[in-house]
Design a binder for this molecule. Sequence first.
Ligand SMILES: [Zn+2]
Length: 169
Amino acid sequence: MPFTPFHMGSGILIKAILQGSFSLMVFGWSQIIMDLQPLWVLLNGHGHMHGFSHTFIGSSLLAVISALSGKYLSEFGLIILKISKDSQPIKISWLVAFISAFIGCFSHVILDGIIHYDVQPFYPFTLNNPMLGNVSFASMHKLCLYAGLFGGALFYLVQWHNRKPKNSK
Ligand SMILES: [Zn+2]
């Protein structure tokens, strides 16, 4: 759960690569939806911290919920942030909403599965988690931070490159 903001690092890197085919807002929304269950368990002090929400089946359901609710919420968020302007409104297509939500939820299961011992990504088929421990907790935080910094720089580099006037004649 305290890991939620770090998931944005991978999201920023994916945004830099996929640009307009990926919504960072829907991705971010899916991260919040994914960690509602751990938050609930933290607040109540009992239950399975990374339970059904952090399985591939559970996260598929949450991805659908994130996409359906996230499309309009993100379009609204982009207006609030003044990224979407009246003259040039940004519309998120359903395809982009679903792609972003599924990338968000599945990458969340994988990243959490690597560092949290109680994640059972393949439930109910097996309780084993072959991903666990491949990267240490501290290294994962660093990797996500670097992914975010690198992704941010790459995103603006691509934007700048695409905006450069083309002097092809
Ligand atoms: Zn999580």
